[in-house]
Design a protein around this ligand. Structure first.
Ligand code: F6R
Length: 249
């Protein structure tokens, strides 16, 4: 059951990035004060490069935009090269004209995690909610760091990572050894994500095929956190042919 999920199947990862960047480009040009949600990981890197290119070459300005990131490793400060704050600076923020104080990434070194998470939720509310949130998906169907079993109404909180996620993030792309990967993270909840007015989930490569099939064709179930987007009124999955290869039709 695909619910309301709109599927865009692209020839390759490069096309996925162009489609995703085009959606953010359109949103931001229509409303320069847009509030956008962002993700980290390998998948959105090419999308951020394309948004940066559009800023440099096509006059796309993010000067009025506010951003909120999905998650951050618990225990890593923003100056750590594996923190998600660092990732965002490196892949997007330093290449565009977004104002630093308009970029919101959870503080992985906050003294009181619960206060940090409540503050994050309050800042989203104060900004008027998220217009469009970019998501990736884990091989086990996780969105942000909401691992299988996360509740549909879950909010931003301190969570534990599964061994599968720790292993996926220590395959050399990010951390080189599983022992270096933090065991916990601060993560927007599924309820937090579902409140975004629009959602855009990206997936590329055969490693994501099972998760995409479960999210789109499987039951609405906490076993596959991304399936909990099926009843969202405006959710688009942009996937390449490999990630789409296990879909039923
Ligand atoms: C990152 C995040 C994660 C990733 C997911 C896929 O902010 O929220 O859910 O989107 O782990 O990661 P990649 O793109 O590296 O396969």
């Amino acid at each position: 059951m695909a619910g309301n999920i709109r599927l865009k199947i692209c020839d390759d990862a490069a096309q996925v990035a162009i489609e995703a960047a085009a959606m953010f480009d359109e949103l931001i040009r229509a409303n320069p004060d847009s509030v956008i949600g962002l993700a980290t990981g390998s998948t959105p890197e090419a999308t951020y490069a394309e948004i940066a290119r559009r800023h440099k070459e096509d006059g796309l300005s993010l000067a009025g935009v506010s951003s909120f990131n999905l998650d951050e490793y618990w225990g890593l400060g923003g100056d750590h090269d594996q923190s998600y704050r660092y990732f965002m600076q490196d892949n997007l923020f330093r290449h565009v004209d977004i104002l630093p104080f308009n970029t919101h990434v959870l503080n992985g070194k906050a003294r009181f995690p619960q206060l940090e998470c409540e503050g994050f939720e309050n800042r989203i509310l104060a900004a008027g909610g998220i217009d469009m949130w970019l998501l990736g998906i884990g091989g086990n169907g996780h969105i942000a760091f909401n691992e299988p079993g996360s509740g549909v109404d879950s909010r931003t909180r301190l969570v534990s990572l599964t061994q599968e996620t720790i292993d996926a993030n220590s395959d050399g792309r990010f951390f080189s050894d599983a022992s270096e990967v933090p065991r916990c993270a601060l993560s927007a909840g599924i309820g937090t994500i579902r409140e975004s007015r629009r959602l855009v989930l990206l997936a590329t490569g055969a490693k994501k095929a099972d998760a995409i099939a479960a999210a789109v064709d499987g039951p609405f179930s906490e076993d596959c956190p991304a399936s909990l987007l099926q009843d969202h009124p405006d959710c688009t999955f942009i996937v390449d042919r490999d990630a789409a290869s296990k879909l039923s039709n």
